[in-house]
Design a protein around this ligand. Structure first.
Ligand code: ZN
Length: 417
């Protein structure tokens, strides 16, 4: 991508009307635009990152048998009424259609997926199933001051699993848990994301959150360093020892909830009278689980934990571009340098290396370097009079202060391996 063609621009200063760090820097670097509190447009750079996060999640869900669908945002009142959540779900966005029919914008989708399951699940042979979606969700939050970490409108991956019995739900729950570990590892958050014990509601002792350590997080978790798990604030009063090793010495820290998994048991199958015939032809109620991750929240959390005073430091797997190629030159050397940089850009692009190429003639080195640091691609390449005198390119990693000159011809092999 040529940086001159990018319709969004980096701005000199962070926006004053945004309080969160992730919101400020993502707006300044041109990843997102704020329409109103908790409501954001994902711009070209930001959408590239968001799509990469979604694809990692998608790949890991598909590996454990997930089948992707897309449910509607507009969910009729009668579906919510059937589970009692039209009244009890306090952040629902409610609205009325032209036909005077009432709806809520989906804040979660049990009220759609359960009646959907009823149309396709009849026998034990149809189970288990694990449909999921990546969909925009709406929550009528009173406060939305955490940038893209807490939106009124945000992206969510929600998977729902349907099982013949509790044993099969328990089995799959562990499979899903491990898929979540894998996702956070791939997102570069593995070391600082804790499986966190939370209240299980009426149907199981615990549910689990995935909490990423983050000073801007709204949650406090209590970590057992022996087991690398945590307990959330909600249950710490009744659970004063580690559920695995019995340790009572917890380390308190701030965190943001990036995912959660929950055994719903028969809460929704009962509400919608969802049953199946077992091997003996006997009608049985099935049990369900649900598994959420917020891709836009994950993106905000990564920015909060992976940056320095100059800007964002994206993990390789989700960076908007792997390489930020910067062309420098004086009036008399510009065309010659540009020819070399163009050639390198074409070669890298042909090898499927994603390159953001700053070929703008009206920007000086200082401004170009500052923008590259702010945007945060993992590898910075510079072509200038100085590097070309050595038939070389300057290579600098975003997470390192050192740079080195590498011969242009050898560079490509290094970058694509
Ligand atoms: Zn422990």
């Amino acid at each position: 991508m040529l940086q001159s063609k990018l319709f969004t621009k980096v701005t000199k200063d962070a926006p004053k009307d945004e309080v969160s760090f992730n919101g400020k820097i993502l707006i300044q670097a041109g990843f997102v635009d704020k329409l109103s509190a908790g409501v954001f447009t994902f711009l070209p750079l930001g959408l590239r990152v968001l799509n990469k996060i979604c694809n990692i999640i998608r790949q890991e869900m598909d590996k454990i048998g997930g089948e992707e669908i897309l449910m509607p945002v507009l969910v009729p009142k009668e579906n919510w009424a059937q589970t009692g959540r039209w009244e009890s779900f306090d952040v629902l966005f409610k609205l009325q259609g032209a036909d005077e029919k009432e709806y809520a914008l989906g804040a979660t989708h049990e009220e759609v997926i359960t009646p959907l399951g009823k149309k396709f699940v009849f026998s034990y042979r149809d189970l288990p199933i694990m449909p999921y979606q990546i969909q925009t969700k709406f929550r009528n939050e009173l406060r939305a001051k955490s940038g893209i970490m807490r939106g009124r409108e945000f992206l969510m991956k929600d998977m729902y699993s349907f099982h013949a019995d509790q044993a099969d739900l328990d089995r799959f729950y562990e499979v899903a848990k491990h898929a979540y570990y894998k996702i956070f590892e791939r997102l570069g958050l593995g070391e600082i994301t804790y499986l966190t014990y939370a209240s299980g509601g009426a149907f199981s002792k615990y549910s689990h959150e995935f909490q990423t350590l983050c000073q801007a997080g709204e949650d406090i978790i209590y970590i057992c360093d022996n087991c690398k798990i945590a307990i959330n604030k909600e249950i710490i009063a009744e659970q004063n020892q580690c559920p695995i090793c019995g340790n009572k010495e917890f380390r308190e820290d701030k965190a943001v909830e990036v995912g959660n998994i929950f055994k719903l048991a028969n809460r929704f199958s009962q509400a919608f009278d969802l049953q199946y015939l077992d091997k003996d032809g006997v009608k049985k109620e099935l049990v369900m689980g649900c598994y959420g991750i917020g891709p836009s929240r994950v993106m905000g959390a990564i920015v909060e934990v992976s940056h320095d005073e100059k800007g964002i430091i994206w993990p390789k797997e989700i960076a908007p571009f792997q390489v930020h190629l910067i062309l420098l030159g004086k009036k008399d050397s510009w065309e010659k340098n540009k020819a070399e940089a163009d050639k390198l850009y074409e070669k890298l692009t042909a090898e499927d290396v994603e390159v953001l190429y700053d070929e703008r003639e009206d920007k000086g080195p200082g401004e170009k370097f500052a923008e590259a640091d702010l945007i945060g691609c993992p590898v910075r390449l510079v072509i200038s009079d100085k590097t070309l005198a050595e038939e070389s390119v300057e290579v600098k990693m975003r997470n390192s202060v050192d740079s080195k000159l590498v011969k242009i011809n050898g560079l490509i092999k290094d970058l694509i391996k």
